[in-house]
Write a protein that binds this ligand. Structure first.
Ligand SMILES: [Zn+2]
Length: 101
């Protein structure tokens, strides 16, 4: 199940599953609202990719990248790669979870 919130850097973002996005759009990041919108009509696997995709956008924005930057190809590559690594290496997230700040 997709969580309702996620903390990235100093910001707590709300994750909203919605049927209001255009059919071809899986997710949307609205930094002004501290929200990620995920298209609930898309397959759950695509929703997971969309969530990681929007998280990568948020990380890049917090790192100083403009939301209008031409990062889409890179964001897609990182989203798919990160999701695969996290899914297939559960021990890694457990290991990383041991030390939290
Ligand atoms: Zn994007």
């Amino acid at each position: 199940m997709i969580p309702k919130t996620i903390k990235i850097g100093p910001i707590q973002y709300e994750i909203v599953k919605t049927d209001k996005l255009p059919e071809e759009v899986s997710g949307e990041f609205v930094p002004e609202q501290c929200r990620f919108f995920i298209n609930q009509d898309h397959h759950i696997q695509q929703q997971d990719v969309a969530l990681i995709h929007e998280i990568v956008h948020a990380i890049l924005l917090q790192g100083g990248r403009s939301i209008e930057s031409e990062d889409e190809d890179l964001v897609c590559i990182l989203a798919h790669g990160l999701l695969q690594v996290l899914r297939n290496n559960h021990f890694l997230t457990e290991h990383l979870y041991r030390i939290r700040f």
